[in-house]
Design a binder for this molecule. Structure first.
Ligand code: AP5
Length: 220
């Protein structure tokens, strides 16, 4: 199964992609996580991406497309769930072309819809584990012990781009450059819109109903 999850910053893409990947045995390909790993390792790509990420702007398409194409080529046959990619119409077009060349295609596009005030509240309250990548929220999904990862006891950190000022830039970038990706897909296929303002378990239940319907179709 090949899934694309679209949505604004803080819509819950990472949260739900992890759950989808676990349930269906897919690989979770998050462009943001891959870039943060590259930064942590001090690679040339990580260094090039740094200033864009810190400002809440998009990293140039050529760097992203090469990075994600490599990750997709290495995905297992069970499939993948794309988180944060494609994020411009150009990225979506290049992805479609490269999948078509491999006689492959995206099976389902889900668009998580969330209101701007919810985005701000979620992102400024997000904390994550620098070791295993688990994501929490100080109010909505707190760890059992404040500031400490439930899985490995590591101290949780706040992403440097999760300040209110940068989140506002990320939202603007989203409306200008990423929202048109929804229209790009909608012109050629169904895009499943999901109200993602509610509780994470309720949102996950809606997503899983859509994926179960797709899996039933694929079996027939
Ligand atoms: P990226 O890491 O992709 O950031 P983003 O798209 O801004 O998305 P987030 O990771 O902030 O949010 P999310 O939707 O995953 O929400 P989450 O599940 O964590 O990108 C970072 C940067 O990298 C970009 O700004 C750009 O510079 C660069 N980049 C990445 N991809 C690129 C590309 N393709 N092209 C160019 N540049 C690129 O949830 C957020 C919080 O809310 C968490 O605390 C969570 O616990 C909580 N939460 C989630 N769902 C719920 C719920 N339903 N109810 C209550 N709380 C919830």
């Amino acid at each position: 199964m090949r899934v694309v999850l679209l949505g604004a910053p803080g819509a819950g893409k990472g949260t739900h992609c992890k759950r989808i990947a676990d349930r269906y045995g897919l690989v979770h390909l998050s462009s943001g996580d891959i870039l943060r790993r590259e930064r942590a390792e001090g690679t040339e790509l990580g260094q090039k991406a740094q200033s864009y990420m810190d400002a809440g702007a998009l990293v140039p398409d050529d760097l992203i497309v090469e990075m994600m194409s490599r990750a997709i080529r290495q995905a297992p046959p069970t499939g993948y769930v794309l988180d944060g990619f494609p994020r411009t119409v150009n990225q979506a077009q290049v992805l479609d072309k490269s999948l078509a060349a491999q006689k492959s295609e995206i099976d389902i596009v889900l668009d998580l819809r969330v209101d701007d005030p919810v985005v701000l509240e979620r992102i400024t309250g997000r904390r994550s584990c620098p070791d295993c990548g688990a994501v929490y929220h100080v109010k909505n999904m707190p760890p059992q012990r404040a500031g400490v990862c439930d899985k490995d006891g590591t101290s949780l950190v706040q992403r440097p781009d999760d300040t209110e000022a940068v989140v506002r830039n990320r939202l603007e970038t989203y409306y200008q450059q990423t929202k048109p990706v929804v229209d790009y897909y909608r012109a050629a296929r169904t895009v499943d819109e999901i109200d993602a303002n509610g509780d994470a378990d309720e949102v996950a239940a809606v997503i899983f109903r859509k994926l179960a319907a797709l899996a039933r179709k694929e079996v027939r």
